[in-house]
Design a protein around this ligand. Sequence first.
Ligand code: ARG
Length: 473
Amino acid sequence: MKLWGGRFTKSTNELVDEYTASITFDQKLALYDIQGSLAHVEMLRVCQIINNQDAHAIQEGLLKVLEKIKSGEAHLSEEHEDIHMNVEKLLIDEIGSVGGKLHTGRSRNDQVALDMRLYLRDALIRISTLLVNVEKALLNQAKQNIDTILPGYTHLQRAQPVRLAHHLLAYTFMFQRDIERVCDSWKRVNLSPLGAGALAGTTFPIDRNYVAQKLNFDGICPNSLDAVSDRDFVVEFLSNASLISMHLSRLCEELIQWSSAEFNFIELDDAFCTGSSMMPQKKNPDVAELVRGKTGRVYGNLMSLLTTLKGLPLAYNKDMQEDKEGMFDTVETLEGALALFAPMIDTMEVKKENMYEAVVKDYSNATDLADYLVGKDIPFREAHAIVGQIVLSCIQQKKYLLDLTLEQYQEYCPHIEKDIYQVLDPKAVVDARDVDGGPAKNRVLDQMDIAEDLIQTNLGWIKEKKKQVEVLF
Ligand code: ARG
């Protein structure tokens, strides 16, 4: 007999049970479901909707059910559709018909919305923690590579030299924005929908704020229809996760390129690479490739939920059960990638000489020659044209700018003096870009200080939120 079987004269088709059940995946919510129920029962007791004795029996029973689910002893069945009804059924099996009082003044619609929020709260904390670890790993490598110079690229063509520290810090600031977005989403996740009932609240004199406080929410969802229909907070999470994945994927792409023989800028540690079953010489950057590849499913989960929600009338519709697998998958995919990422960055070997060589054997100091001419009062556009001709002739002669004699320079422009050789030195080129946010040494050190402070702020936020979600039961 189904928990809702009263108005039915027939049992459901077996295929219907299988098709509509969510227990195979929403059992991940078991802990949160029981936490929510414990708070709900306590509120029912305090509001004198059920008596002390019944409340106590239900609370004890719920804790036993939790233990049985954790140990694998509990039988979760598709017949009881989802985690909510399975828990209720297990509770009734455990303590008898008094267990049936648990669902007073509540619907699975507000219950599932609550469980999702409780689950996501924990996930946000775990993901921010992992992101901070990635930031720390990048910052550590940046510190070790403050004087490592490599070509900066535009259009994947060598453009102007930068410090490796500057390049790595670019990613640190991307991940910082990702963390800030996760933190900002907290205030929309951390509201309690419980008490919204199926859609229109309840006739019982419940206290929604009491439940919210018990579960350490910052407040309650103000409108019952919205409370049970809102999955924006899941979409927002999936969108933030997509940005994180996109940033990870871009960095992966660079790591993959840099570890190729063509670049030969880094070597990823053996522990983060795999071999080929056929070609004995191969060492493949599989982890980086897979992180890049899994970006597809993270984007897919976002698109999937946006599409599911599009056009749904108020309030709850069964379509919304489709919110879960994508969310779980994204949380797990992201956690998997982030956990590997920090140690992969930490352990990578930087081939400083090869990076420097790529700067020396190139024309990435050409802008500096043009800027030098501007210093001689030549308009930038003319300077650009002169340097263009110099570079062209160098390419034809298989020479670099530093190989030209002063006489050769003066044929193009009599104002060029012998200080040009210092100006065009790659290290001088980098340090000449002494502007806020630029690659000059002190400017990169400033960025490191900023990153360091932001990491401390993130850690403070994580500590505070961890305390806030500490399980009370
Ligand atoms: N398993 C359902 C879901 O995840 C729970 C809510 C069901 N509500 C209902 N009225 N059928 O969406």
